[in-house]
Design a protein. Structure first.
Length: 84
C-alpha cells in the first residue's frame, strides 16, 4: 500500500468520528421491521415510509428510528459548529 492511501485512511478515520461534517440531503433504505421490510426515504428535508402508519400520520417508528440514527448528519447545517 502506498503512503498516500495510508494518509487517506487515517483522514477517513478522523472524519468518521466527526459526523457533523456530513449533511445528508437524500437517501433511501430498506428498514427491517419486526413483521416486514419497509422502504424509507429522505429527500428535500422530508421523510417517507411505505408502512400503513406513516400513510395516515406522516411519521412512524421507522422514520423516527432513522432520525435518531442519523440525527447529527441530518441537522448539521442548523447546528453551531461544536468546539473541538
Ligand atoms: Zn414506517
Amino acid at each position: 500500500m502506498d503512503s498516500s492511501i495510508i494518509g487517506k485512511i487515517e483522514k477517513a478515520k478522523q472524519y468518521s468520528e466527526q459526523k457533523d461534517r456530513v449533511n445528508i440531503t437524500s437517501f433511501a433504505a430498506t428498514f427491517k421491521g419486526n413483521h416486514d421490510n419497509y422502504d424509507v426515504q429522505f429527500s428535500d428535508g422530508a421523510w417517507r415510509c411505505e408502512c400503513h402508519f406513516f400513510a395516515t400520520r406522516e411519521i412512524c417508528s421507522h422514520t423516527m428510528a432513522m432520525q435518531r440514527i442519523l440525527d447529527e448528519m441530518l441537522t448539521a447545517q442548523d447546528q453551531p459548529v461544536p468546539a473541538i
